[in-house]
Design a protein around this ligand. Sequence first.
Ligand SMILES: Nc1nc2c(ncn2[C@@H]2O[C@H](COP(=O)(O)OP(=O)(O)O)[C@@H](O)[C@H]2O)c(=O)[nH]1
Ligand SMILES: [Mg+2]
Length: 460
Amino acid sequence: MRNPSAASSSIPSSADTIAAIATPPGKGAIAIVRVSGPRVRELASRLARSARPLRPHVATPVALLDESGTQIDGALAIFSPAPRSYTGEDALELHVHGSPVIVRETLRALLACGARLAGGGEFTRRAFLNGKLDLHAASAVADLIDAETRSASRAALANLSGGLADRVRALRASLARPLEELAAAIDYPDEVPDPDRARLDAAVADVAAELESLRRDAETGRLVREGLGVAIVGPPNAGKSSLLNALLGHDRAIVSEIAGTTRDTIEESVAIDGVTVRLVDTAGIREHADRLESAGIERTQRALAHARIALVVIDGSRALDDAARWLLAATQARERVVFFNKADAGDAGFREAGIEGAILGSVLDEKSLQTLRATIAQVGWGGEAPDFERPHLASAREFDAVNEALDALSRARATIAAGDALDFAAPELQRAFASLGHVSGDEATEDLLDGIFARFCVGK
Ligand SMILES: Nc1nc2c(ncn2[C@@H]2O[C@H](COP(=O)(O)OP(=O)(O)O)[C@@H](O)[C@H]2O)c(=O)[nH]1
Ligand SMILES: [Mg+2]
């Protein structure tokens, strides 16, 4: 939906001029107050007095006044006339000295002169409504601000540059043609022949294949945003904490020959192939009076539940104990990397276990660490460094919409293949078409927009 006039009454009017503090609270060198909307010029001429008129996109020193004409600050003003601004409207940025008092006074003066306090994400919402950003890119703005790692910010930036919405729009266009043909055949059965089934199916299959590839990229995107959780589990004294430290490159966990030194879980991140790998070091599973300690089992299972990959560390130099056997069995059905440590001292446990793909090595040996990193990469993302620059579906909402479209397309294909009346295929294609509109933003409802912009901060 690109027509602001269609906005429902629950949405603050985009005819208002909105203002917000764009920088974080607290003292700073400078702070920025931004304004957007039809009354920006009027507000600027009243509150920002300068020797010469503000020139578009040029930072100009101004005396910043309040509504009664009293000076608040000496500031820099940047005026961006519509449509060449972030929001696509007339916009003004006031760079003031970063004192909370000045910032508050500036905002108060703007509100006193007729601006309204912006809602969360309202600037970006206007940018979307004015066609400055597609919906996918607009949500990427929040991802970029929320990014906590370099890889997450790169991924968000790729989405910000657009491209994905265009790709989805092109897929919609590929569905539009068969839909028109079907509609014509259904509406005028006597004049228009049914579209050729094989050709129709091929067209739908092409779109489905593209969507599958979008879905695969989305998995990569999630990996990039959220990182990969790896739980280091194993019996006490196997070398779990030593391994965490070795992968980190510094001593984080206490390593000791006294079994049971790591009491709690420790979480640290390392980058492998640019992906943030979150390593969780757990306390081992001890044996108590010939029985495995239940608290240790519980702890281990909790760590495993939160991780995608189990990194099972076992002392490979000596015979397997009950804890080792329990762990190997407990992790058998999941994604795991099995590392038999202490190869410098022997390989009895490694040979006894005979586990395919298990690594025999030592945390003291850089080669073993390299093999471990490569194996984590292999299990985590297929070994090939993820492409951070490729735009991808970034939210569960987009992911669901693509899944719905794929489901509808497969139902349509089943109908076509079964030789059923093509009347049954048409609504499914229509459904897929609509779902994709939620991703490209061509069919964005107010509810959808509310959901997307709800997580934005005020001033963005
Ligand atoms: N010989 C040998 N000793 C190791 C190796 N890795 C760890 N250790 C020793 O094993 C003991 C237990 O290590 P630690 O990392 O605390 O084990 P955790 O209980 O599994 O966390 C320490 O004395 C380490 O120095 C290894 O590859 N070879
Ligand atoms: Mg430990």
